[in-house]
Design a protein around this ligand. Structure first.
Ligand code: NIG
Ligand code: FE
Length: 427
């Protein structure tokens, strides 16, 4: 049989194979195969097996000797805020000196500082800056990347962010999954009363922004046609951002428009967001630092993925990590993300996020890796196509400069990713 690419002599193939999301104890199995090979046809994985068998079955256009090293699925980064202008270096110093993240936001800085810079930037500037961040993620092994809006907070700028995402979807080799996040913070003109209050902003989101963004999702926007049907909405349900009722209004309205639900919940304050989001059949519920035992049990019983973002707690210098050990031990399907953004997590390294998850959230390397691959793919509704090395999935593969997969989480601050292959093509 003809193949376009055959990777052989793989010392450890980390397959992360699974019929659905990996829940609870299933997360400790990374699906390792020794001395394996993978055959790729038309960008799709066509054969997986031991080197001798696969080499006998396929006649490949290109052979790649993995020399006994580790091969695994490309990382699926399921939660980022990487379209923005400006930086937050002053805030970084303020926080070092003791200022709190939510205090800075309340005083008009934080997310709102990024909103000011993003409103002023052109689409071209946004594309240029975001491309650099996307390149960093891809160098670190990311082949599928979610990107949220949320630094526009007015219709025009939120659509400008989506336009930047369109250009990147056309030009960048990474697969991009957009999420609409108009309820990320209450914008300045709805704080000072010039245009009204937070509830008036929620009206604008419901009446104007959600339908306009839905039109964008369904247009010729650079995403593949089946992805154009995959609309995601997100909300920051938090003190000083959107309360439970405001968050529910946004998500309910979006759901009617055909969006699927994601939510930032319990990052600092438990407002009851887990139950609210589960009631709206959330695909993922993210952050979860202040989530209680009863809510962890509800999450475990649901089809939603709990996304944890340990680089945030590390970066904010706090020890209030989500109790991910309890989540997994209770049977939840957990995904791990960098939450790459200019404020709470300027982190472009999946390996770093996993290193923190292992040390501070007590995940094993296998759990962290399943969290950054198969479960993250399910957090984006892409479980059928990405996140594992299985026949029929996209040939998104990374070759690592190590003989033991656990080193991905053990080593930190560097980058063991040696080669990135997206849909069968070396990047
Ligand atoms: O996931 N918490 C809200 N949103 C982001 C941070 C965005 C920012 O600080 O600019 C997060 O942590
Ligand atoms: Fe976030």
């Amino acid at each position: 049989m003809k193949a376009d690419l055959l990777i052989f002599n793989i010392g450890e193939l980390v397959t992360c194979a699974s019929l659905g999301p990996k829940k609870g104890p299933a997360m400790s199995d990374a699906g390792i195969r020794k001395d394996a090979a993978v055959a790729v046809v038309d960008g799709i994985i066509h054969g997986v097996g031991d080197t001798d068998t696969v080499r006998r079955l396929y006649d490949a256009q290109e052979d790649l000797d993995a020399e006994g090293l580790v091969v695994m699925p490309g990382f699926v980064e399921c939660h980022t805020h990487i379209v923005y202008a400006g930086d937050r270096l002053d805030e970084f110093e303020l926080r070092i000196k003791g200022a709190e993240y939510l205090e800075i936001l309340e005083a008009g800085g934080g997310i709102l500082a990024t909103v000011r810079a993003t409103r002023e930037a052109s689409v071209e500037e946004l594309v240029e800056e975001t491309e650099i961040r996307l390149d960093r993620l891809m160098d670190a092994g990311v082949t599928t990347c979610e990107i949220k809006t949320g630094y526009g907070l007015d219709t025009e700028t939120e659509l400008k962010m989506l336009e930047a995402i369109s250009i990147l979807a056309r030009e960048h080799p990474a697969e991009i999954v957009p999420t609409f996040l108009p309820a990320h913070a209450v914008p300045p003109e709805y704080r000072d009363g010039k245009k009204g209050n937070a509830d008036d902003y929620v009206d604008l989101i419901c009446e104007e922004m959600i339908p306009r963004a839905a039109d964008w999702f369904r247009s010729e926007n650079g995403l593949k046609s089946d992805e154009r049907m995959n609309l995601f909405i997100d909300v920051f349900c938090e003190k000083n951002a959107f309360d439970l009722e405001q968050s529910r209004r946004v998500l309910e309205r979006a759901k009617k428009e055909g969006y699927r639900v994601k939510a930032h919940v319990d990052q600092f304050t438990n407002l009851g967001g887990v139950e609210m989001a589960l009631g709206l059949e959330a695909v993922s519920i993210d952050h979860l630092e202040a989530t209680n035992d009863r809510e962890v049990a509800l999450l475990a019983d649901s089809g939603a993925i709990g996304v944890v973002t340990p680089a945030v707690n590390f970066n904010l210098g706090t020890d209030d990590y989500a109790d991910t050990r309890k989540m997994i031990d209770s049977g939840c399907a957990v995904a791990v993300s960098t939450d790459y953004n200019p404020g709470s997590a300027p982190c472009s390294s999946p390996a770093m996020a996993m290193a923190i998850a292992c040390r501070y959230q007590k995940l094993t390397p296998a759990e962290a890796i399943n969290g950054f691959t198969i479960n993250a793919a399910h957090a984006l509704g892409r479980g059928h196509r990405a996140g594992s090395v299985e026949v029929g999935k996209a040939a998104d593969l990374i070759l690592l400069d190590t003989y033991d997969y656990r080193e991905i989480c053990y080593e930190f601050g560097g980058n063991l990713v040696d080669q990135v292959i997206k849909s069968g093509v070396p990047v």
